[in-house]
Ligand binder design. Structure first.
Ligand code: PEP
Ligand code: MG
Length: 566
């Protein structure tokens, strides 16, 4: 019997192999008879010994790992000996609850706290539960949960992966990963990106796949299929290898198969990443300098001189090219200490981006002064500046007037634009385009606000998918308005880094795509294989799509990347 399960692809690639579920022992019963007084202290000792052993084991694993994987392992190890958690468990044991049940109850209390905090904290729930399972295993004298010990290559399936599960994962044996939960920023995604293992998250129906079944994981489409003919599976893996080879060989310049130039730009965060993106040699400039990321740990607003120094350094490699500097997108998921309101009940819908100029009126004028002086010191660089989170025409007009003042005062020619991240702005795009020189679509936030979904929510990854028909319809509306107005429309959200979606965006009329510089070759290689007309056919194919998965499928068929049954 064949079955197809859909999820959100986070690392491209196609793999075929035997499924292997991560082994997780069943949880003990939630309640158990009370402990007599005289054994309670011993039980606390037993728990502390178990949690110490878990932490030590994880620290040990971290010492054999490096990069982000080591960091997340150390963080998980620290959870096992976290004072608040161990104290909560110990107090419960001292009140007579056996260690197993005390560990489960205390963990659930922290899970609720993390989930209530939302965002990145909520994504740490998997780590917390992993620590719980390890301590429970130690207390019961059984092996800690983990990756099955197999000699043959496998496709790893799990509810979600913790860092401890994935440390030491070998891409030679683990061909692909699929999880029921997790989002694009969860550990599963981070680790699979780091290891280059094709990966799909948020595949809710994954439970239908049994251990040991032959599985075709297609993380270009976001599907996990069983019951596929072996020859067909082998052919799809081969085609994907060809794609990967083309990507590794692509060296630009970026153009469609019929020779239409497309600007592929880099997203950077600070001078270091700007230099790295330049040295990688594929980006045609910078499409998004997220200035707030350089100041996330800065408690007092840096002086204009200090900011100027940072911007000059970031501009330095890009003589003869364009660099789009975004003014501070403080607030919500990027809480710059000197420009963020504390304790907002709903920060994503609150004072963020250009709205912070209400409570912090000096910050934007100072930043624009610094950008103008940096542009003056970098005459060879074409400096554009844009404001995030613009939702009204007055904000756009005001921002443009501030930039015009700097152009006059400092004798520079900064172009003034806005990000399109709010549906209100997307809907009225024609009016905004009359005011600004250019726009850049922030698909991460545009999707978040269109779908009414916290972009950080691990539980709602399928809603935060820019392939959803509604954000795609808005993007098309914006791009077509740009074509009519003859003004540049870029995309600088994650959508630009998805090669298939990039072709759709080009087909819609988007003029530049900005992404993490490591993603440029993948996008460039796919565009090189398709004419502008094919990209337009891809853009038309998403009209009427039922959901994100259907939109992906339709575009693959339209671009001839899939047989009708695939
Ligand atoms: C976006 O929202 O798509 C974007 C590029 O901005 P950020 O991800 O920094 O909010
Ligand atoms: Mg944004």
């Amino acid at each position: 019997m064949s079955a197809k399960i859909y999820g959100t692809p986070v690392v491209q690639g196609v793999a075929y192999g035997t499924s292997a579920w991560i082994n997780r022992p069943a949880l003990p019963p939630e309640s158990a008879p009370y402990l007599p007084d005289h054994v309670r202290e011993d039980e606390v000792g037993r728990f502390l010994e178990a949690s110490d052993a878990v932490a030590n084991g994880l620290f040990e694993k971290a010492s054999h790992t490096d990069g982000e994987a080591a960091e997340v392992l150390i963080m998980t190890a620290s959870m096992a000996t976290d004072r608040a958690w161990t104290k909560d468990v110990s107090t419960r044991i001292r009140s007579g609850i056996p260690a197993l049940q005390a560990v489960m109850a205390a963990t659930e209390r922290f899970v609720i706290q993390f989930e209530t905090a939302g965002g990145l904290m909520a994504e740490r729930v998997t780590d917390l539960r992993d620590v719980r399972d390890r301590v429970l295993a130690r207390l019961q004298g059984i092996p800690e949960p983990g990756i099955p010990d197999l000699d043959t290559p496998f496709i790893l399936l799990a509810d979600d992966l913790s860092p401890a599960d994935t440390a030491g994962l070998d891409p030679a044996t683990c061909l692909g990963i699929a999880t029921k939960f997790g989002g694009p920023t969860s550990h599963t995604s981070i680790i699979s990106r780091q290891l280059g293992i094709p990966c799909i998250v948020a595949a809710r129906g994954l439970g239908e796949v049994h251990n040991g079944q032959a599985v075709l994981l297609d993380a270009t489409q976001g599907t996990i299929s069983t019951g596929i003919d072996e020859d067909e599976a082998a052919e799809r893996v081969r085609l994907d290898r060809d794609r990967a080879t083309k990507v590794s060989q692509w060296s630009g310049p970026a153009r469609t198969a019929d020779g239409v130039n497309i600007d592929l730009l880099a997203n950077v965060a600070d001078p270091q990443s700007s230099h790295r993106a330049h040295d990688a040699g594929l980006a045609k400039g910078v499409g998004l300098l997220r200035t707030e990321l350089a100041f996330l740990k800065t408690s007092v607003e840096p002086s204009v001189d200090e900011q100027t120094r940072i911007y000059v350094e970031a501009l330095e490699p890009w003589a003869g090219h364009k660099v789009v500097i975004r003014t501070l997108d403080a607030g919500s998921d990027k809480p710059v200490p000197y420009a963020t309101l504390r304790d907002e009940p709903n920060p994503a819908l609150g004072v963020r981006g250009i709205r912070t100029t209400g409570p912090f009126p000096k910050v934007l004028p100072n930043q624009l002064d610094a950008i103008a002086v940096a542009a003056m010191a970098s005459p060879e660089v074409d400096v554009w500046v844009m404001a995030p989170m613009v939702s009204t025409l007055s904000e756009a007009e005001w921002f443009v007037s501030l930039v015009a003042e700097r152009n006059e005062t400092f004798g520079v020619s900064l172009k003034a634009g806005i990000m399109i991240e709010v549906p209100a702005t997307a809907i009225l795009i024609d009016q905004f385009l009359e005011v600004v020189d250019f726009v850049s679509i922030g698909t991460n936030d545009l999707t978040q606000y269109t779908m009414a979904t916290d972009r950080e929510s691990a539980d709602l990854a399928e809603y935060s998918d820019p392939w959803q028909p509604a954000p795609l319809a808005l993007i098309k509306h914006i791009a077509q308005a740009g074509v009519r107005a003859g003004k540049p429309v870029g995309v600088c959200g994650e959508a630009a880094a998805d090669p298939l979606l990039a072709a759709v965006l080009v087909g819609m009329g988007v003029t530049s795509l900005s992404m993490a510089s490591g993603a440029i070759a993948g996008v460039g290689a796919l565009l090189a294989d398709h004419t502008l007309d094919e990209c337009r056919t891809g853009a038309d194919a998403v009209i009427g799509a039922h959901d994100g998965a259907d939109a992906r499928y339709r575009v693959r068929v339209a671009l001839g990347l899939l047989s009708a049954r695939g």
